[in-house]
Design a protein around this ligand. Structure first.
Ligand SMILES: *Cc1c(COP(=O)(O)O)cnc(C)c1O
Length: 412
């Protein structure tokens, strides 16, 4: 049994370590002492114990604070040692006290909303655009929350006595709009700020250092990094983490230990993947900006591996035309994906709200992977050629050259 992983990593850490070092060592510091190199996978759902008095005390302690139980685990929904390794590692990368993992990004966001609602704080202030399903969860009030949408400058004014949370994404899905996190954190006062850091990853941005109390990831994306794990995680202080663990225990949105293992493995290459894919993305953004078939390119100031662009003509033609690039929703994998937000990732958002948030019907969102950049460009180029021949595209908008077009660093 892998009990040494539960909360024991801090004890053996000595000097502060750089992100690249944490990426391959955090959550694994005890392994060498155990005579192991790869982290063990603990698939147990339950754990035998002859000391039921001790177990009762551990359950009482968890009910009081939500702290990870000391000693041997009790039951899989209360905590798992393999998942705990991933949580320890991600907390270290984000520079937070703790992290709590969930079955998906949406399960993570749901748990945060439930924590605040259980304290009577049902009002949420949020800045569009957000990921389509996050927008939907808030707008539909599925968990009993009530949302006020505003821009970053309107946050302070939108706060009410029952506001439990402020939510922003930066860079945002899918326009890559950026918000000044420090200014937003200041505007929140004592209300917790949740920053969805899925697109930037801790390699490019650590929102906790800028005043965010909660840092959320769809770990399905860059943290896993290979398109084969669905997961979510919230990095935060230990007090909030305790409440999240209690909600996770009560509602059951736990992460499977195999997924925890794959995420820990994914973190070890996160810095090199993000840097290499970002270099590709920056080059593609540059080439797209110089292309007369493209009307606007969105690429964040902080960089990253996501590029969004608007085109002359019908975006469905580009989706139908790619061959090397995969036409699929999601992002953050080793290979390049492209999708049309108005049709797929943000379809569930009301069309007027979507357009109001800057998500044009002609916007395409590309998650750039690790392929050779010239191969990627050739594929994009041949897909964009369909715009020149598609009759609907010519009717919509003749392909005038726009030689002065700039990359649009979408800041608010
Ligand atoms: C995908 C995504 C989510 C939702 O995560 P799932 O793992 O799909 O539940 C949340 N936020 C952002 C920015 C995303 O891209």
């Amino acid at each position: 049994m892998d009990t040494a992983s539960m909360g024991a990593h801090d004890a053996v850490r000595t000097a502060p370590r750089a992100l690249a070092t944490e990426a391959v060592h955090a959550g694994r510091d005890d392994l060498a002492r155990q005579g192991l190199h790869a982290p063990p996978i603990d698939l147990s759902t339950t754990y035998p114990s002859y000391d039921s008095r001790g177990e009762a005390a551990r359950i009482d302690a968890f009910a009081a604070t939500g702290a990870d139980p000391d000693g041997p685990p009790v039951y899989g929904r209360l905590g798992n040692p393999t998942v705990a390794r991933f949580e320890t590692a991600l907390a270290r990368l984000e520079g937070s006290e703790a992290a709590v993992a969930f079955a998906s990004g949406m399960a993570a966001l749901s748990a945060v909303l439930l924590v605040r609602a259980s304290m009577g704080l049902r009002h949420v202030v949020a800045v569009r655009p957000l990921y389509g399903c996050s927008d939907h969860l808030l707008t539909a009030g599925l968990l009993g929350s009530e949302v006020t949408w505003t821009d970053p400058a309107g946050i302070a004014e939108a706060l009410r006595p029952d506001t439990g949370l402020v939510i922003v994404e930066s860079p945002a899905n899918p326009t890559l709009a950026e918000v000044d996190l420090r200014a937003v954190a200041h505007a929140c006062g004592s209300v917790p700020l949740l920053v969805d850091n899925t697109f930037a990853t801790p390699v490019l941005q650590r929102p906790a250092e800028q005043g965010a109390r909660l840092v959320l990831h769809s770990a399905t994306k860059y943290l896993g990094g290979h398109g084969d794990v669905l997961a979510g995680v919230v990095a935060c202080d230990e007090e909030f983490a305790g409440r999240l663990r209690q909600v996770r225990f009560a509602t059951g949105g736990v992460l499977h230990p195999l997924a925890g293992y794959l995420l820990l493995r994914g973190l070890s290459t996160l810095p090199v993947r993000v840097r290499a894919a970002s270099a590709n993305a920056a080059e593609l953004a540059h080439r797209l900006a110089a292309d007369p078939r493209v009307t606007r390119v969105h690429y964040p100031r902080i960089g990253g591996a996501m590029v969004s662009f608007e085109i002359h003509g019908d975006p469905h033609e580009v989706i139908a035309g790619v061959r090397l690039i995969t036409p699929a929703v999601s992002l953050g994998s080793v290979d390049t994906l492209i999708q049309h937000p108005a049709s797929i990732s943000h379809r569930i958002v009301d069309a007027d709200d979507r357009r109001g948030a800057g998500v044009s019907d002609r916007l395409l969102r590309m998650s750039v992977g690790l392929e050779d950049v010239d191969d990627l460009w050739s594929d994009l180029d041949q897909a964009l050629k369909r715009l020149e021949t598609a009759p609907t595209a010519l009717r919509c908008s003749p392909p005038h050259p726009h030689p002065s077009k700039q990359i649009h660093p979408a800041a608010q």
